[in-house]
Design a protein around this ligand. Structure first.
Ligand code: S3P
Length: 422
């Protein structure tokens, strides 16, 4: 349990870790490539550590240092006799399932108690359509998961039923070992990290916008070794942007973020609420400066923030705003590292707000600038719930958070960065 004190003034510059999504993909693509790839600014979180452990078990050599990692892919990856440990990381499990579908042999993927409850049928269904054997537990095909590669995978044309970059990526990675071009269509554009990085590593990929969605086609092939420079993680920056906007005396700079439209919907939401933000785009990255603001309630549609990773941070903004904010169609929150749908209601109520739900919609009546109540909260071993609660505590009257160590999943230095601003 950690108790976080309120702060009277926040000033400074925050260095968020390397983007978690790009870090997982850099490690996987480097392991698939024959030869040496360097990754700089790799995410130091435990999740990416799991992906590194798994590629090592499959035969790659990984040397990590504080500056990043050197990954040496062998001429051929091979199934590991021991289980592939994904820990808390859904991205690891889903992407590795796709990659393993074309590595000969039988792969057993396991995870912690949280990951073992998360649905894997969303990747099992398309991978089976490609000819892989994928078996899990129960109706939703939860871990432990067994993936067995057939001789050759069939190329498929798949429409992803729920917008999910993890599902899209699992299919694209499997597609590298298919017999022809594999096509994935998504109704809402999710992060394009996999397709962009595959193309940078020399794989033939074509993408085409289709209304609000996108069609991605990948041809079979092997990525080339590549030196990856991972930009800052916008989803981690979201906590500090909200911190600055909600706190009454704050000026925070967050430089070097991945400048990708599918990741930055939260900025548009905050701007709509009246947040005082300055964005500067340069050299392919985004710098954000955020200051204390008077916030008004808004309606957020899930399609604006695909993957809903930034909702826990936005809940704190909604709790401070004037009026009732609505988060529409955010049922995906229920199947993240914890039930973030329930967690969002719990946090808003703990801060002294009225909060309720109707179906998959969440509503929060903000405190119109009145200080948050102090609170004690269990973050349910969910890194993003810890960070959201900590931000609220600093802005309000403080708060105690059980399960705070879980920030190590994605942002081990989170509390140091927070402390550095006071
Ligand atoms: C991720 C995709 C998202 C997101 C997760 C990272 C990725 O999950 O929530 O933190 O790296 O592809 P979904 O694909 O389940 O939306």
């Amino acid at each position: 349990m950690r108790c976080v004190e309120p702060a009277t003034r926040l000033r400074g510059r925050v260095r968020v870790p390397g983007d978690k999504s790009a870090s997982h993909r850099a490690v996987l693509l480097a392991a698939l490539a024959e030869g040496s790839s360097h990754v700089t600014n790799l995410s130091p979180g435990e999740d990416v550590g799991r992906t590194m452990g798994i590629v090592t078990a499959l035969g790659a050599r990984v040397e990590s240092s504080p500056a990043g990692a050197l990954v040496v892919g062998p001429s051929r990856l091979a199934a590991s006799p021991t289980a592939l440990e994904c820990g808390n990381s859904g991205t690891t499990m889903r992407l590795v399932a796709g990659m393993a579908a074309s590595i000969p042999g039988t792969h057993r993927l396991v995870g912690d108690a949280s990951l073992s409850q998360r649905p894997m049928d969303r990747v099992a269904i398309p991978l089976r359509e490609m000819g892989a054997r994928v078996e899990g537990q129960g109706e939703r095909c939860t871990a432990p998961l067994v993936v067995e590669a057939p001789g050759a995978l069939a190329a498929i044309d798949y429409a992803v039923p729920v917008p999910s970059a993890q599902v899209k990526s699992a299919i694209l990675l499997a597609g590298l070992g298919a017999e022809g071009p594999t096509t994935v269509t998504e109704a809402v554009r999710t992060r394009a990290t996999t397709e962009t990085m595959l193309a940078a590593a020399g794989v033939r990929v074509e993408t085409e916008a289709r209304g609000a969605g996108r069609r991605v086609r990948v041809w079979p092939g092997r990525p080339r070794p590549h030196d990856w420079s991972v930009p800052g993680d916008p989803s981690q920056a979201a906590f500090f942007v909200v911190l600055a906007a909600v706190h009454p005396d704050a000026h925070i700079e967050i430089p070097g973020l991945a400048d990708e439209p599918e990741r930055l919907g939260f900025l548009a939401v905050l701007e709509r609420m009246g947040a005082d933000l300055v964005r500067e785009h340069h050299d392919g990255v985004l710098d954000v400066v955020a200051r204390s603001s008077t916030l008004l309630a808004t309606t957020v549609d899930a399609a604006e923030i695909p993957s809903v990773d930034e909702v826990p941070a936005l809940v704190v903004a909604a709790a401070a705003a004037r009026g009732v904010s609505a988060f529409r169609d955010v049922g995906e929150l229920r199947i993240k590292e914890s039930d973030r749908f329930r967690g969002s209601l719990e946090l808003a109520e703990a801060l002294g707000c009225r909060a309720w739900s109707e179906g998959d919609d969440l509503f929060i009546e903000g405190r119109d600038g009145a200080r948050f109540a102090d609170f004690t909260l269990d973050a349910a071993l969910d890194h993003r719930r810890v960070m959201a609660a900590a931000v609220a505590a600093v802005c309000g009257r403080g708060g105690c958070i059980a399960g705070d160590d879980t920030v190590a999943t994605s942002f081990p230095s989170f509390f140091d960065e927070l402390g550095g601003l006071t």
